[in-house]
Design a protein around this ligand. Structure first.
Ligand code: SF4
Length: 362
């Protein structure tokens, strides 16, 4: 697992500080330039102050963006310049309580949008950044300010924003329209075509109907939507009907992702109740996929190890687990599919997971 925090020597700061680490030559006022390095420690000059970061000699930190917090001995590695899996956690607040949530909500929020704006402005050219929560649109005003500013500062960047779709109103249509469908892909979860079941899975009465209204506004504004459905015991049998619903009611979406469960947060707490072993029971997922494909819906399987997917559907299962939380098992060594397989979440438990895996033919 790649650590998204690095040890630092605390700085005399009263506000969070965002710096970009450079091996040589500052290219912006936020750059800290390497002046000394040893086996497990690097020292950078940041406007005359010393920034000391702990990291093994093998770690490439050039271009990484860190956020240092007052009095703290570790820094958030907001951007790893060599990775395509950089996500800013905008808030941990959320108004839903999804049964499979990997990042259970917290009550309090610290507004770090100004720091995230600086961090994004320092990202590598053409970076694709994730913005997630909690529910980012609980802080819609700040989020929209951030987006308006960053597309002006860095028109080369693109964003993937996860939202529960509960907070979009008609008043947002102009902003979304101006933002366009090129810069932002909105990842929006929908678990069932049955309102009652969707509401139960997200722990919020009326969520389905609100989501329908929000999706319509997104569509009219020309926003790009990635519909996301976690496959669980509770909604598995309704997946073929969900496929019909997507075709009939949501033809404007860009992409539909059927996702395997992540065993962390509430996903771990409710694992027995939710996890469906699609390595032995792929029936409903297969029908949902086939119906989507014949109707021209772009559909994918996220977080499905390739050997757990029947061969005819494997081309729909890209490697999607972020590099920092991805692992492979002993069974994977020598696997002919390993180069394209996304493997498992770091916290995946073999004992509680897929029965059928590792039986791969190229
Ligand atoms: S055995 Fe191969 S296909 Fe299966 S999870 Fe490991 S690498 Fe992926």
């Amino acid at each position: 697992m790649i650590d998204l925090r690095l040890p630092v020597e605390p700085l005399p700061i009263s506000e969070p500080l965002v710096v970009r680490l450079q091996d040589a030559n500052a290219a912006s006022e936020h750059d800290a330039v390497l002046i000394d390095r040893s086996e497990d420690r690097r020292e950078y000059d940041y406007r005359g102050f010393s920034v000391v970061v702990g990291a093994p000699a093998s770690a490439d930190l050039h271009g990484d963006v860190l956020m240092l917090l007052p009095g703290k001995q570790s820094a958030h590695r907001l951007i790893r310049a060599g990775s395509n899996h950089n996500t800013f956690l905008l808030t941990e607040q959320c108004d839903q309580l999804c049964v499979m949530c990997s990042q259970p909500p917290k009550k309090y929020h610290t507004d770090l949008f100004d720091q995230f704006l600086i961090a994004a402005s320092l990202a590598p050219q053409n970076a694709y950044l994730g913005l997630s929560g909690g529910e980012p649109l609980l802080h819609k005003g700040r989020l929209f300010e951030f987006l308006a500013r960053i597309v002006e500062l860095r028109p080369d960047l693109k964003f993937h924003i996860l939202t529960n779709g509960q907070h979009i109103t008609e008043e947002d249509a102009d902003f979304l329209s101006a933002l366009g469908g090129e810069k932002v892909l909105w990842g929006v979860p929908l678990y069932s075509p049955e309102p009652e079941l969707h509401d139960r899975l997200v722990g919020k009465p009326g969520a389905f109907r609100q989501l329908e209204r929000s999706l319509a506004i997104f569509a009219r504004a020309g926003a790009a939507i990635e519909l996301r459905t976690v496959v669980m015991k509770q909604n598995n049998s309704s997946l073929p009907a969900l496929s019909d619903y997507v075709h009939a009611k949501l033809p404007f979406i860009q992409h539909w992702a059927l996702m395997q469960l992540e065993n962390i947060g509430y996903g771990r707490m409710n694992w027995e109740k939710c996890f469906i072993d699609t390595s032995t029971d792929f029936g409903a997922v297969g029908i949902a996929l086939s119906r989507a494909l014949v109707r021209g819906i772009e559909v994918s399987l996220f977080n499905f190890p390739l050997c757990t997917v029947p061969q005819p559907y494997r081309h729909l299962a890209p490697s999607t687990i972020s590099d920092w939380k991805r692992k492979f098992l002993p069974e994977c060594s020598g696997c002919p599919l390993a180069a394209t397989c996304g493997g498992f979440f770091e916290w995946y438990s073999r004992e509680k997971g897929f029965i059928r895996m590792g039986l791969c033919e190229a």
